[in-house]
Design a protein around this ligand. Structure first.
Ligand SMILES: CC(C)(COP(=O)(O)OP(=O)(O)OC[C@H]1O[C@@H](n2cnc3c(N)ncnc32)[C@H](O)[C@@H]1OP(=O)(O)O)[C@@H](O)C(=O)NCCC(=O)NCCS
Length: 240
């Protein structure tokens, strides 16, 4: 079955890659980059539209029985894994130096490299790593189906972020870049506030809550996240 019609949930798989540079400024033992992807694979006899780009990046390969199959990369997300207990440099300096997006996560940590005391007010697990989500992007065909993206995000996080002290994200309506030339002035876009609110709602429905103006956090061990994912599963799998 092609994903044009009803989704075959067994065709999805999620994958996480964690990497670190061998040398250089960001070669700190407490800092690693991660990338998560979700793929959808069908037998290549399945009818897929001639232009399948809206389904994601596609490849055709041969499975272990020698049959050809087609695979779309439906969702990609990436970020950083920060372990405040083994990091050697000052975390806020590292984040500030990496990009403006990552600088939004600096208030999660105090100058002593531990989680900031304000964070302790809203999360429970303070003795573990922080998973920072920079960007998430899902191919267009899969959007607007009641939270397919959110379910895939939760499954990717489940691989490596279950025991993290905190998962943090910087909600931003990145789709608006497609229709705006000035990358630094996106906040001037007439629909910026509305689109930002939509992205914030999307994260909120996975159990994230506002920590600072630009940084939202979630404790993967808390009921609010577990219950949110259970609600999503109930709605999405209702007709399968
Ligand atoms: C973030 C994302 C993965 C969430 O996927 P999802 O859980 O399946 O959620 P949806 O895309 O279905 O819906 C999210 C919101 O956008 C709306 N939406 C977005 N694209 C849509 C589309 N093509 N058709 C209908 N609704 C759409 C939904 O109505 C919903 O808004 P609501 O809360 O008012 O109902 C996905 O929307 C995406 O890749 N967006 C583009 C990139 C982006 O903005 N990333 C987040 C910032 S890093």
């Amino acid at each position: 079955m092609t994903p044009q019609g009803q989704i075959d949930w067994a065709s999805f798989a999620v994958n996480v890659n964690i990497s670190a540079p061998v040398v250089g400024h960001y070669n700190d033992p407490g800092l690693m980059r991660w990338t998560g992807t979700a793929t959808y694979t069908v037998s290549s006899d399945d009818k897929s539209p001639a232009d399948d780009a809206p389904l994601g990046l596609s490849v055709v390969h041969t499975d272990e029985r020698g049959d050809r199959e087609k695979q779309w990369t439906v969702l990609t997300m990436h970020g950083l894994l920060v372990d405040p207990y083994i990091v050697e440099s000052r975390i806020d300096d590292l984040l500030d130096g990496m990009s403006q997006d990552y600088s939004h996560f600096a208030p999660l940590f105090g100058g002593d490299n531990h989680f900031h005391p304000d964070l302790a007010e809203i999360i429970e697990g303070m003795h573990s790593a922080a998973v920072l989500i920079d960007r998430v992007y899902m191919a267009e065909t899969w959007r607007g189906r009641g939270g397919v993206g959110r379910l895939l995000i939760s499954r990717i996080l489940r691989i490596f972020a279950e025991s993290a002290g905190v998962v943090a994200t910087h909600p931003f309506p990145i789709e608006l870049f497609k229709e705006w030339d000035d990358r630094t002035g996106l906040a001037e876009h007439p629909r910026f506030a509305e689109e930002l609110a939509k992205v914030e709602r999307t994260w909120e429905s996975l159990g994230f809550q506002r920590y600072t103006q630009h940084c939202w956090v979630m404790d993967p061990a808390m009921r609010i996240h577990v219950d949110s994912v259970a609600r999503l599963e109930k709605t999405l799998f209702a007709d399968t």
